[in-house]
Design a protein around this ligand. Sequence first.
Ligand code: FES
Ligand SMILES: [Fe+2]
Length: 359
Amino acid sequence: MTSVTQGIDVDVSELVNELDEAGEERLYQSLKHFWHPVMFADELGDDPHGVILLDQTLAIARLNGKVHAFYDLCMHRGAAISLGEVEDGCIRCPYHGWKYDATGQCVEIPSRPQLTRLPHAKLTPFLCEERYGIIWVSLTDTPYFDIPELHQWDDPQFRFMRGPVTEWKCASPRRLENYVDFGHFSWVHDGYLGSRESPEVIDHDVSMEDGEMRVHQTVHEPVTGKFKAHLGSAGEMITAQNHYRVFLPHAVNLDRHFDGGGRYILFMAPSPVGRKQTRSFWYIGRNYATEPEYDAEFLDFELQILEQDKPIVESQRPEQLPLDLTKELHIKVADKISLNYRRALIRIADELAPTTEEG
Ligand code: FES
Ligand SMILES: [Fe+2]
């Protein structure tokens, strides 16, 4: 079928009405089947720390050297155990002192010492891992894919630095889509990542396999910000080969290969706090100008980019990414990635949170 909705430059007929608002809610529900970042590992001190992921309050704690995540609720009177203390590899609740071990089992009730290991006195644990200096949590025991890859992390040629966690009032898929929306570079980031004088998006390769969307594009950008001067570029423009790896549902590893061998990594992993709130964890990596004294230049550049993006993304309506592809207008080439991305999200929602209703 090749009917084209008025104003739409791309045939989306096979997906018409495939996911309406109920479908978008199913997508949100399906996000619990994936690993998500919740905090930087070195920000976890000796005591538990409370975070919110997908509207769930969680207590994160390091017990006997390993990070753990629990539903942030004491089984006695529902106090937040994230307000408690770590003691002998256990968490002690702040209210009446019940003590829970690393499996979540209550092992001590101070007001009635003879009671130990009550079968129902157990915190709800979740999968929790530490990787790339970030603590990741999966709210289901069998996450659909592995933790997103920052495969350059252990490569000694790169210096990695992290940016401050961003808090955006948007749905997490909107955050990712902004990151790979090539059409906005020359517009929102005029003079930084492109120019309004040459706004046309150059065609690029997009492929999808095993939960990963790969995109390759050659870009010619203004030499803006001191950091590109480190690349030895003499002219006003510089060329880069951009390799994106998008790990579904929404982490991304961008590996930029500049002329002359300079490489620049941008890794970003959004954490869906709620339907309209996203915290994003990100790193910059570079194999040139690796002296720490240059860190601020790189960070400042990316912070300016984020400041340009934030009000635009937070203004988008509806806040959830519409997966009924007829609800927004799509342009060939320029919106190629987002169409592929939305189709992948539709498949995720259909598989992990199938509708139970007829038709
Ligand atoms: S609420 Fe936690 S010990 Fe009472
Ligand atoms: Fe942007």
